[in-house]
Design a protein around this ligand. Structure first.
Ligand code: URA
Length: 181
């Protein structure tokens, strides 16, 4: 893991490294069976290097707490490690250049359950395992199984900021984690 940290800190494979402050590495538990994959760091994450330490992180903690888990019980990372300017969506090329780090994290953690949060990480993970494109609206909360891994795509916790109904859906979808652990 130390080598992955170092490589992320030194990475200059895309232009995001020029404007970012700190890349996000991971937070939580290296021994966890559950791995969450967010999108990209926002302002707070860029200042601290800790994924989901801002507003979306509070929502993620609330969702975890609804299934009696804490941040320390799970492994949390991002598909893109550096903050896109003005919090814009990560570009396909940025994901492509960055995703090797995520692959190394998955290989090291060997999670039983992978929960991609939001459309970017869900699209990547489902394409990787099933070689097919899925829309998050049709697959959120569904339980996919492949190569001994359980994949449960979820809406991004920040989606609840603009649409309160998504929190009810997310809480329901989070229960699938416990049911499959
Ligand atoms: N949103 C993400 O997807 N990741 C973070 O680290 C913070 C907010």
């Amino acid at each position: 893991m130390r080598k992955i940290f170092r490589d992320i800190k030194e990475c200059k494979k895309c232009s995001l490294c020029k404007k970012r402050n700190l890349p996000t590495i991971y937070c939580g538990n290296l021994k966890s069976k559950i791995l969450f994959i967010g999108e990209a760091p926002g302002k707070n994450e860029d200042e601290t290097g800790i994924p989901f330490c801002g507003r979306a992180g509070k929502i993620l903690e609330e969702l975890l707490s609804s299934i009696n888990l804490k941040r320390e019980d799970v492994y949390i990372t991002n598909i893109v490690k550096c903050r896109p300017p003005k919090n814009r969506d990560p570009k396909e090329i940025e994901i492509k250049k960055c995703v090797g780090f995520l692959e190394k994290e998955i290989a090291l953690i060997k999670p039983k359950i992978i929960c991609p949060l939001g459309r970017f990480s869900s699209k990547y993970i489902l394409k990787k395992y099933f070689e097919k494109n899925f829309e998050i609206g049709e697959v959120h909360g569904k339980v996919f199984k492949k190569d001994g891994v359980i994949i449960i795509p979820m809406y991004h916790p920040a989606a609840t900021i603009y649409d309160n109904k998504k929190k009810i859906i997310l809480k329901k979808d989070f229960k699938k984690i416990i049911n499959n652990l």
